[in-house]
Design a protein around this ligand. Structure first.
Ligand code: NBP
Length: 477
């Protein structure tokens, strides 16, 4: 076996197969392997024309077919399968080789694996890959972590096969150990928020205007020509226009209203709680999916009184514009919160993640690709230490122009009994961060009362406690 392949992919289900084809189409000699040989054989049989594949039945032959330093991409089911493949690889690899996990691993697992492989003299690169099947084949957004040294070998290849926007690759080095998978996790969390916000906008247009799916699809198609231009708005317009072949009804009207939530949204929210970062848009989006699937509660809840009247909208065009502005503003909040989470983790784990660069590599290839990501990159370029994306002058102005609309929409939704958890919580967050004073003063006082948790004062430095059950004197804590 000649060690001639420049990169290898093990795990040739939907994602791995397409990624391997993408490498081959870019002129790389690609070693390919799968636990069961059938997938390897069918890849070469069906797509051998894409380029130069070196198929192997055994892991040992697969490793032997790779030029050094070996670069092995693992694209298997995240979790135990990844550990099984790594265990098989370790004895076959040599110092300096690079193992790339491109599956959807949870970042603590990536940190553990990176440390383990480092002890063997191997590089381990946990890599976020977004864009699904189509992205893997034609250019995904790629978020690699691991050592900077491994990126020197790997970066040019990954940048080559990634999506390009204005000629710029949607791939960059994210940061050490689990940083790549972490950023991919937050990307998916933002995706949850984005989808929920779009769904709420759809619901408002449907319930407020009594508009048909077709009509709402046309509104989204129009929105896609402006600031909201994005992959998700584009496919929403497409989906809303689709007619169910069996019934002749709008397709969305025959789809059951129960959304699933898999790992990444939940992980994002769990991690935000650990970090103490309010990502309310993402959290509400995750819980909204959970609520949609809470069948017994929803059945029981139908008896609850609404106390809302018939919703009458006199100016349809003005209402549609209000929904658009509220959607844009809420979307900025979701991104602002997601980038706060990245900043917090980066500070805690010493990752030094460049948030502007993350927005740049999300512009193409991935599910949240959107026109306004350019604006986010610009905001972080203007001020790399920006503590609140919303407070960047561009976004302050853009969101500011829509605040009135945002309030009208959230208020009308509440008055008319339409649930808008992501719109509403995003506005509450906006008002929270802009508030001169929050009622947390009372919470601190309560905590000191029942648990002697102490408090600080606005008029002098120090930490204090009041003897609530005694004479109520205040002492330094
Ligand atoms: P799957 O997640 O369905 O995994 C199937 C692959 O894992 C097959 O190649 C299978 O081999 C292999 N595998 C399993 Br299962 N257990 C194994 C083990 N113990 N040892 C070795 N191989 C094992 O594939 P996928 O849908 O292509 O996804 C691959 C990865 O990409 C996952 O981590 C997934 O979360 C991620 N993903 C990402 C996106 C995205 O947009 N970025 C989309 C979809 C998936 P076999 O053929 O022998 O059973």
């Amino acid at each position: 076996m000649t060690a001639r392949a420049q990169i290898g992919v093990t795990g040739l289900a939907v994602m791995g197969r397409n990624l391997a084809r993408n490498f081959a189409r870019h002129g790389y000699t690609v070693a390919v392997h799968n636990r069961s040989y059938a997938k390897t054989a069918s890849l070469v049989a069906d797509h051998g024309d894409d380029g130069d594949f070196v198929p192997s039945e055994s892991m040992a032959d697969f490793v032997a077919s790779l030029a050094r330093p070996r670069k092995v991409v693992i694209m298997v089911k995240a979790g135990a399968a990844t550990d099984a493949v790594i265990a098989e690889l370790i004895p076959l690899l040599e110092e300096g080789d690079i193992v790339i996990d491109a599956g959807n691993a949870h970042f603590p697992d990536t940190r553990r694996r990176e440390a383990e492989l480092k002890a063997h003299g191997l590089h381990f690169v946990g890599t976020g890959v977004s864009g699904g099947e189509e992205g893997a084949l034609n250019g995904p957004s790629i978020m690699p972590g691991g050592s900077p040294e491994s990126y020197e070998w790997l970066g040019p290849i990954l940048e080559d096969i990634s999506a390009k926007v204005d000629g710029v690759p949607c791939c960059t080095y994210v940061g050490p150990d689990g940083a790549g998978h972490f950023v991919k996790m937050v990307h998916n969390g933002i995706e949850y928020a984005d989808m929920q916000l779009i769904a709420e906008a759809y619901d408002l247009l449907k319930q407020g205007l009594g508009a048909s799916a077709q009509e709402i699809g046309e509104i989204f198609a129009e929105w896609n020509k402006g600031d909201l231009e994005s992959f998700l708005i584009e496919i929403t317009a497409d989906v809303l226009a689709h007619v169910d072949a069996e019934t002749g009804n709008a397709f969305v009207d025959v789809v059951l209203d129960r959304a699933e939530q898999k790992g990444t949204g939940r992980w994002t929210v769990q991690n935000a709680l650990d970090l103490g970062v309010p990502i309310t848009g993402i959290a509400e989006a995750t819980f909204a999916r959970a609520l949609s699937g809470s069948v017994p509660q929803r059945e029981a809840g139908r008896v609850l009184p609404a106390e809302s009247g018939a919703w009458e909208i006199s100016d349809r065009a003005a209402f549609i514009e209000d929904v658009r502005l509220a959607l844009y503003a809420s979307k900025v909040v979701a991104y602002s919160q997601g980038f706060d989470q990245i900043a917090a983790a980066s500070a805690e784990l010493g990752w030094n993640i460049d948030r502007g660069a993350m927005a740049r590599i999300w512009r193409g290839g991935c599910i949240i690709r959107a026109r306004f990501l350019n604006r986010i990159t610009e905001a972080y370029e203007r001020n790399p230490e920006l503590s609140l994306l919303l407070a960047d002058p561009y976004f302050t102005e853009q969101v500011g122009q829509g605040v009135g609309a945002w309030r009208r929409i959230v208020a009308q939704a509440a008055l008319n009994g339409v649930p808008t958890p992501a719109f509403s919580s995003s506005l509450a967050y906006y008002d929270g961060v802009r508030a001169e004073r929050l009622p947390a003063n009372l919470i601190q006082a309560q905590r000191d009362f029942f648990g002697a948790h102490t408090y600080q004062r606005i008029d002098k430095d120090g930490v204090f406690h009041t003897e609530w059950t005694g004479d109520r004197t205040e002492s330094d804590a």
